[in-house]
Structures are given as structure tokens and as C-alpha cells.
Design a protein around this ligand. Structure first.
Ligand SMILES: [Zn+2]
Length: 263
């Protein structure tokens, strides 16, 4: 799949995203002109607020059912358009509904078959898995536009098993959750973690590889395309390793050569 331009849409509540340096990195990695845009919902309409509120998930063990939002829920979404750092608790949204809504927000003069759009959001996107019949938080909704949820990056890959065991063992004994968090600090990503910017690049690679080859993931831990289910693996693949494996480096190199040729 050829790409002539990459558009990236900022999430201003996540300064770790460093949109300027990310644009440079994407351009250098894929040799494709990369254009920065404001948050996708910056000029969104009331309809989009209503649609977003309708795509909230209330039952994680049921496939998507459109929600009839209250006025307060619609108003909350409208306010997040102006100030994306406004969050209540973590609200889960159906990822495919969310994807339809953001698609409708990309203005038609910016849509071209060879353009690729990458949207960053702090909202938590989820997809329903028919294998275990429940919703799961997702860091990436791969498509065009692709969505990268920074909350998904922090919440979806699991923390160390021992962390949960200790949390459960001490549950009811009045032990301070914060002390357990402190004990495992560094082994998982936290909100506004300084490592987030580097981790986001790995998800950008997965989004673009999915668009280019139809296959976003790699089985190898020593590859940034590894689909991490654990925070430990995520930190290893993206920070300690921080590279593509030789097979995927080669695929990228060949794709760049072909994409350049078609320019
Ligand atoms: Zn690989």
C-alpha cells in the first residue's frame, strides 16, 4: 500500500507525545511527508458529542449496544473537545464506533486515498472479543484512520502478575494500595510517564505496518511490532530493544524503495 502523506492529530493533554519530534521521526522512518494537525475533535460538532456519548460501554460482558446518552454525558463530551484533559473516571468507548466518529471529523479536503491518518486520544478505546466474550482495552485500533489511545497503552497491557497477587492478598487488610504501587514502580507505565513518547512510536510502527502490509504484529520480543500483553514485554520491546527485527527492517526498507519510486 502506497502512502503519499501521513497526518498526525495531536492530543494536547499528553505532552509526552511530543508531536513535533514524532512528526520528524515518522518522516525519517518512512520517508513520507508528515503533517501535524490539531486534536481531531478541536472543531467537532454537537453531533459528534452525541455520537461519542452513545458509543460508551456500560457492560464489558456484552457486545456493543448503542447507549442513549443523558444531556450531561453529551455536555461532558462537548467540553472535552475544548479541553481534552477533562476526564472523569476512565470511560470505555467502543473502538469501532469511535473510529467511525473520527473518520467523519476528517475534512474532505484532507481525504486522499494515499493519505494515512493517525489519531491520538486519551480516551480509552476497547473492542469486544468473541473468544472470551468480553471487551478489552486497546492501545491501537488499526485502520485508516488509525487510533492510538494513550490510556489504552497504560491500561491495556497487564502489570506484573505479582502486583495483582499482592493487591488481592492485602485486599481487606486495609493495606495502602499506594505502597504496593510504589513497590512495583518502574515495572509498568504510569500516567505522564516519561517513557510514553518512545512507546508511542512503537504503536505508530504497528499502525503503519498494518496499513502497508496488513500485518501489524511480530512474534519476536526483540521487535517493536511485538503485540505486548504485559507491561514488562512492552517496556522491553519498545525501550530496551527499541528496534525492528531484521525481517521487518527489511520489509520497511523494501517498502520505502517502492514508495519512493512511485512518487
Ligand atoms: Zn519483527
Amino acid at each position: 500500500m502506497r502512502i503519499s502523506r501521513i497526518f498526525i492529530y495531536d492530543e494536547p493533554s499528553i505532552p509526552e507525545l511530543s508531536i513535533d519530534s514524532l512528526a520528524v521521526w515518522l518522516q525519517n522512518t518512512f520517508h513520507v511527508t508528515t503533517i501535524k494537525r490539531e486534536n481531531i475533535f478541536k472543531n467537532a460538532t454537537d453531533d459528534a458529542a452525541y455520537e461519542l456519548a452513545s458509543s460508551r460501554i456500560f457492560n464489558m460482558r456484552q457486545p456493543f449496544q448503542r447507549h442513549s446518552p443523558t444531556n450531561e454525558e453529551v455536555e461532558f463530551e462537548r467540553q472535552t473537545f475544548q479541553n481534552t484533559s477533562k476526564v472523569e473516571n476512565i470511560v470505555p468507548y467502543d473502538g469501532f464506533e469511535f473510529q467511525k466518529i473520527v473518520t467523519s471529523q476528517i475534512s474532505s479536503d484532507k481525504t486522499c486515498a494515499e493519505d494515512f491518518h493517525l489519531i491520538f486520544t486519551n480516551k480509552l478505546t476497547c473492542t469486544f472479543d468473541s473468544d472470551d466474550y468480553r471487551y478489552h482495552g486497546r492501545a491501537l485500533i488499526g485502520a485508516n484512520p488509525s487510533i492510538i489511545s494513550t490510556t489504552g497503552i497504560i491500561e491495556a497491557p497487564a502489570k506484573p502478575r505479582e502486583y495483582y497477587i499482592e493487591l488481592m492478598a492485602n485486599y481487606g487488610q486495609g493495606l495502602n494500595v499506594e505502597s504496593i504501587k510504589k513497590k512495583y514502580q518502574g515495572t509498568y507505565l504510569e500516567y505522564h510517564d516519561s517513557r510514553l513518547g518512545e512507546i508511542i512510536k512503537g504503536y505508530c510502527l504497528q499502525a503503519l505496518f498494518y496499513h502497508i502490509t496488513g500485518e501489524p504484529f511480530c512474534d519476536l520480543l526483540d521487535c517493536r511490532l511485538n503485540n505486548a500483553h504485559w507491561q514488562r514485554d512492552l517496556l522491553y520491546s519498545q525501550i530496551e530493544c527499541g528496534n525492528l527485527c531484521s525481517k521487518h527492517s527489511e520489509i520497511l526498507k523494501n517498502w520505502i524503495a517502492l514508495n519512493d519510486l512511485n512518487c
